[in-house]
Write a protein that binds this ligand. Structure first.
Ligand SMILES: [Zn+2]
Length: 602
């Protein structure tokens, strides 16, 4: 019953891309062997030939229209290559750079204790003034040289920081496992987001040049018979994202708002925008993150490095009522027209506890459609008890919740839809009282989902059951313009009958468009938006505000989920943000969807 996303095909395609890169790197290794053979062997044996790496520029990140979001920029580093008696030179360099010389010495000692012969990057991302100063004094810095390096630059600073991720210096433990792949101390490596996901593609292969050195390791000059090997630039990644929409959604999060937004294309799963707040500036990491910056980021209680769109788990609140309704319809417990036995008087007694409806005065007697439109809790408490924990779990899983969507980003969370055995393991036998499924049915208690999961689910509802794996990679293009990897579309039909999907979709239309509907604030002029509000209780503070919707209702081109932490009612805060996002996207694409073919050619 559960959806299968064709993960194997995806893995195979990426492996093929990996093989291309690996082939290039092996070719280079062979070439180096040739250079080291023959009549250069004697020079080499005397340690008189040194190989200097020429860093390869990292592949760029582009949006679907060719906007360059991240690229490589040149930087200079001061590198220590000499292995003996380096202290005086390091002290001199510290003075010139106005940094603590004991700190610098200890950094050299630390690296040298693990890798005695590797060059040590003493300072990175030097300013032009620093480069000029060091160049002037290079004669007083034996065993050191200025080296070119390729640094990552995010062109829009903190905007899109979570989907992009960041590149930072490879850590010691990571280096041990990756040395075989040619990583060296001081190399940058993708640590989060797309930078981490597609590290192998972005990275390319360093080139090298050969220089003759004297007995003290000082460079005497090039070796004409050994031409330099130019670096092979990394692969460009073209995203499904529409950067105009990304910037627009970023602008909707006023300073101080914490939360996430995901916009995607129903039917294909192409991510159009992915925002998480608070955010961070990936450029802080490019030349090795300063200790003070890292302290600030890692100790910030609002966790700016954490991608709330795919890693944070929230109770989905009333947005989950559509799942409860679909489960009850599928189990033939209700029809869309049948009214619930017990009408809403503002709450109901379950066991020895009184469960409130959000509307104090009550909703009266409702059918499924009106229960969704008015978001009546009492109606759904009863459905939850009729279904029970395990049937709710089964149908949730069948339509894609309770496991990661498979988006091409690292560290996506699975979400949680508990089962009876889940409760019994934690709370003991007989712990599942009637109140538990009642509470789950309205998206509270232990049920948890990410904003991405909710956007993906509503996209499938909008497409009347056609679910698509969310993804960011439109294509990967090699430096010669060759296609390395194309888009991986995975779609699947969720096992819900069309008439049940239609009934729920109709209710979602009424939520926004019927007078008195709870989602009125998401309306957009000239198009029918459908969706659902949610307010999820938060034990640590004010409620979280949800809205998830899609448009146009008849055949959606966009689905959006917005979650704002501690913002109170979904209808007041999140719904207008979703409406504005939909309105902006339809306006941007009024001339037709942007071409997906043009972007990415170098
Ligand atoms: Zn009610």
């Amino acid at each position: 019953m559960a959806a299968e996303w064709g993960g194997r095909e995806r893995a195979l395609a990426l492996t093929a891309a990996g093989i291309v890169i690996l082939g290039v790197m092996l070719g280079r290794a062979a070439q180096l062997q040739v250079f080291h053979g023959g009549h250069y062997r004697s020079l080499s044996m005397q340690n008189r030939v040194k190989v200097i790496a020429i860093p390869s520029p990292r592949g760029r990140v582009l949006d679907r229209q060719g906007t360059v979001i991240a690229e490589s920029r040149p930087g200079f580093a001061l590198v220590l290559t000499g292995t003996s008696n380096w202290r005086p030179a390091v002290n001199k360099a510290a003075r010139l750079l106005a940094v603590d010389s004991l700190g610098l010495q200890s950094a050299v000692r630390q690296q040298r204790s693990a890798y005695p012969k590797d060059p040590v990057k003493l300072a990175r991302d030097l300013s032009p003034a620093q480069v000029a100063l060091l160049e002037e004094h290079l004669a007083e810095l034996p065993g050191m040289r200025l080296e070119y390096e390729a640094l990552r630059h995010a062109n829009y600073g903190p905007r899109g920081s979570h989907l992009l991720g960041y590149v930072s210096e490879i850590g010691r433990r990571e280096l041990e496992s990756r040395r075989e792949q040619g990583y060296r101390f001081g190399d940058g490596i993708g640590k989060a987001g797309l930078e981490r996901q597609y590290e192998t593609l972005f990275r390319g292969a360093d080139g090298c040049e050969y220089v003759e050195v004297d007995a003290h390791g000082r460079v005497q000059g090039g070796i004409p018979q050994m031409p330099e090997l130019p670096p092979l630039p990394g692969v460009d990644i073209v995203l499904t994202v529409d950067w105009r929409l990304q910037l627009f959604v970023e602008s909707l999060f006023e300073p101080g708002l914490t939360g996430a937004a995901v916009a995607l294309e129903p039917g294909t799963g192409r991510i159009l925008a992915l925002v998480s707040r608070p955010n961070f500036d990936p450029n802080l990491f490019a030349g090795g993150v300063a200790a003070a910056d890292w302290d600030k980021l890692s100790r910030d209680p609002s966790f700016p490095l954490w991608d709330r769109a795919i890693r944070s788990l929230y109770p989905p609140g009333s947005t989950y009522k559509v799942v409860t309704a679909l489960a009850a319809l599928s189990e033939s417990l209700i029809t869309p027209e049948i009214r619930m036995r017990q009408s809403c008087h503002g709450g109901m007694r379950i066991g020895n506890r009184y469960f409130k409806c959000w509307k104090k005065g009550g909703h009266g007697s409702l059918d499924m459609r009106q229960a969704i439109v008015q978001s009546c809790d009492v109606y759904f408490y009863q459905l939850g008890m009729m279904l029970g924990v395990d049937r709710l779990n089964r149908w949730s899983a069948a339509i894609g919740l309770a496991k990661a969507t498979g988006i091409d980003l690292p560290q996506e969370a699975d979400g949680l839809i508990p089962t009876t055995s889940w409760y019994e393991k934690r709370l003991g036998k007989g712990s599942v009282t009637a109140g538990i499924p009642a509470n789950l049915a309205i998206g509270q208690g232990e049920v948890l989902a990410t904003p991405l999961q909710m956007a993906s689910l509503f996209a499938a509802l909008g497409k009347r059951g056609l679910a698509a794996r969310p993804h960011l990679l439109l294509r990967a293009v090699g430096p010669d313009g060759r296609l390395i990897s194309g888009e991986q579309l995975d779609t699947v039909r969720i096992p819900i009958r069309p008439e049940h999907l239609a009934a729920v979709a109709e209710a979602l239309d009424a939520v926004v468009n019927q007078p008195g509907g709870t989602g009125r604030a998401a309306r957009v002029q000239g198009v029918t938006v459908a969706g659902k509000t949610g307010t999820s209780q938060n034990p640590h503070g004010d409620d979280h505000s949800w809205f998830v919707g899609f448009a146009p209702y008849e055949d959606p081109v966009i689905a959006v989920a917005v979650l704002v932490e501690n913002a109170g009612h979904g209808s007041a805060v999140a719904a207008p943000m979703v409406g504005k996002t939909i309105g902006a996207y339809l306006e941007m694409t009024r001339e037709g969807p942007p071409s997906l073919a043009a972007a990415g050619a170098p």
